[in-house]
Design a protein around this ligand. Structure first.
Ligand code: DC
Length: 224
């Protein structure tokens, strides 16, 4: 059976995961958050006091990492060596570690096969940085979701505030900009739009309008 695949790439805070989750529900596709996988490896490095930029050190940890995605009440939960780390990977420190370890080729190779396996066995919407360019180059539809850094920082800031985290808007903006630069300037699978991706800028769109826009693209391209 041929499966459908939708790739959504873009910088942090552009709304990838929220939009992908909503669409996956509407289409009965499986949503795969690849950022959560990089975050889990980053968390494991942090817990083991290995610097996220230490290429050999992080690579040496990989044999000790088992990642599993389980769906609880329809939502993706990330399990790191049997522990549900879905919340723990959302901190600012985990974001920094995730960006650091994601520049390491051994880490990317470790995750690539796992990501492709999902797409082989399921209809998927997968979000990340290199889904359209590297992971699923034959995806039926590739979307590059973006927004101004200020708009993205504002959304992240509100999210974190709602969770009761004590961060300022300026800190969030600064962190996003630093990681965007790091993610798009690395040599291994940098953040960039695939040549055949549709660029969707959500700076001026609220969530509902963004979901409707992407839904329309899906209908036109996949006829579902
Ligand atoms: O989407 P996110 O913020 O949860 O991603 C965390 C980090 O992982 C981000 O800095 C970039 C990296 N990442 C990546 O390099 N490739 C992916 N496919 C997904 C995420």
């Amino acid at each position: 059976m041929i499966h459908h695949a939708i790739a959504i790439d873009g910088p942090g805070g552009a709304g990838k995961s929220t939009i992908a989750k909503a669409l996956a529900k509407q289409l009965s596709f499986i949503y795969i958050d690849t950022g959560a996988m990089y975050r889990s490896i980053g968390l494991f490095a942090a817990r083991n006091r290995v610097n996220g930029k230490d290429t050999a050190g992080v690579a040496a940890l990989l044999p000790y990492i088992t990642l599993e995605i389980r769906f609880l009440d329809g939502a993706q939960h990330m399990f790191l060596n049997g522990e549900d780390v879905s919340e723990a990977i959302r901190t600012e420190q985990a974001s920094i570690y995730a960006s650091d370890v994601s520049a390491i080729p051994a880490v990317r190779a470790f995750l690539l096969e796992r990501q492709r396996d999902f797409a082989r066995d399921n209809d998927v919407i997968m979000d990340g940085r290199d889904i359209g360019t590297v992971v699923l180059p034959d995806a039926d539809l590739k979307i590059f979701l973006t927004a101004s850094s200020e708009a993205r920082a504002r959304r992240r800031f509100l999210e974190q505030q709602a969770k009761g985290l004590d961060v300022s808007y300026e800190e969030v903006l600064e962190g996003l900009r630093r990681r965007d630069l790091q993610d798009s300037s690395r040599s291994a699978a940098p953040l960039k739009a695939a040549e055949d991706a549709v660029i969707v800028d959500t700076t001026e769109c609220d969530l509902e309008a963004s979901i409707a826009l992407v839904r329309k693209l899906v209908k036109e391209r996949l006829h579902v």
